[in-house]
Design a protein. Structure first.
Length: 247
């Protein structure tokens, strides 16, 4: 296989280990066959940005065309039925609102490989707030590009809830993550890099996203993989997470 770094810009600063790379047109998924969902997703927010989409550009609408990802073998992938009637949202990892340059870009965010079971109060609450703040960061004049790594988090010291498709002949069960990690790497126009990593429980949470900043090194330990190991030839986990002025 060709080096994925040569194919996908969002992988240029590195990515964690995974079972399979699902390389899309606009973002990449590191898939876990065992968990029947992404181990991580990696994107560049509004890839191409204003250089390709000026203010007058008509952005694509949200398509809501949720569907299974046929790149994953049937017995290792989620189905639409798995999410029916269990009380969990089909929670986006790469946000639909981050992918509005074209219909096909927005469509790819509705693949179930880009979903994890999320508590509605979390998905529609603080997770959505954090997504909006990342887009605000990306819109700042001094920011060139924003890279976002999203990771479902499993705590094996706690019971694990399962959802599943009872009609599927394989009896597929999908574990519900205990939480989620979002690591945000901003490349500024002066060439500097800034890093923020958040850890949030999969529950309705109080406060603001900045309350959930964590050390990137600790997040790597929980996920089981390095995040930004190709950034500037240094260990990005040694950079301390800080709150940008806008947050």
């Amino acid at each position: 296989m060709d080096d994925p770094f040569l194919m996908q810009r969002e992988l240029r600063y590195g990515y964690p280990v995974c079972d399979e790379l699902l390389i899309g047109r606009y973002f990449t998924i590191g898939y876990s066959w065992y968990f029947r969902q992404a181990k991580w997703t990696l994107e560049i927010v509004s890839r191409g940005g204003n250089e390709f989409a000026p203010e007058a550009f008509t952005r694509a609408q949200r398509l809501n065309n949720f569907r299974a990802d046929v790149r994953v073998p049937h017995r290792f992938r989620a189905s639409l039925n798995a999410y029916k009637g269990n009380g969990y949202d089909r929670g986006h990892l790469v946000s639909s609102a981050n992918a509005t340059l074209s219909h096909i870009e927005n469509s790819e965010t509705f693949l179930l490989s880009n979903m994890s079971p999320q508590e509605p109060g979390f998905n529609q609450g603080i997770w959505k707030d954090l997504e909006e703040q990342v887009r605000e960061l990306n819109a700042r004049d001094e920011v060139l590009e924003v890279y976002v790594l999203n990771c479902p988090l499993f705590d094996f010291t706690k019971p694990i809830k399962l959802i599943g498709d009872k009609q599927d002949k394989y009896g597929i069960h999908i574990p519900v993550p205990h939480g989620f990690i979002k690591s945000v790497l901003a490349e500024h126009r002066n060439g500097s890099l800034k890093l923020w990593t958040f850890r949030m429980d999969n529950a309705k949470l109080d406060g603001v996203p900045a309350d959930y900043l964590t050390n990137t090194y600790d997040a790597e330990q929980l996920i089981g993989g390095r995040f930004w190991d190709r950034a500037n030839g240094r260990d990005m986990h040694k950079l301390k997470s800080t709150v940008p002025k806008m947050w």
